[in-house]
Design a protein. Structure first.
Length: 90
């Protein structure tokens, strides 16, 4: 039986992206791969207790995140990635 080769990460996905000033307030201004940016975003959400207590899929925005989320006070974790992608440039 042939040995299964390790999955190669998508180079585009791993390429560093630069956050704009709004997102940099949350994750820092250094260019990061999208995966790292998501990790930093979650670390920020957990550190500040912004995950909704009843519905864990919802993120409650503080002032910094509200700017990233286009003024929305609460977004789902699935919408979050879509909103964050508007604030990065390759």
């Amino acid at each position: 039986m042939a040995k299964k080769s390790a999955r190669k990460p998508n180079a585009k996905f791993m390429a560093p992206v630069t956050p704009d000033a709004t997102l940099a307030a949350v994750v820092g201004a250094k260019p990061l791969p999208r995966t790292e940016m998501t990790k930093k975003l979650w670390a920020y959400i957990k550190k500040n207790g912004l995950q909704d207590k009843k519905n864990k899929r919802m993120i409650n925005a503080d002032d910094a995140l509200k700017a990233v989320f286009g003024g929305k006070a609460q977004v789902s974790m699935f919408d979050m990635t879509k909103l964050v992608s508007k604030h990065v440039s390759a």
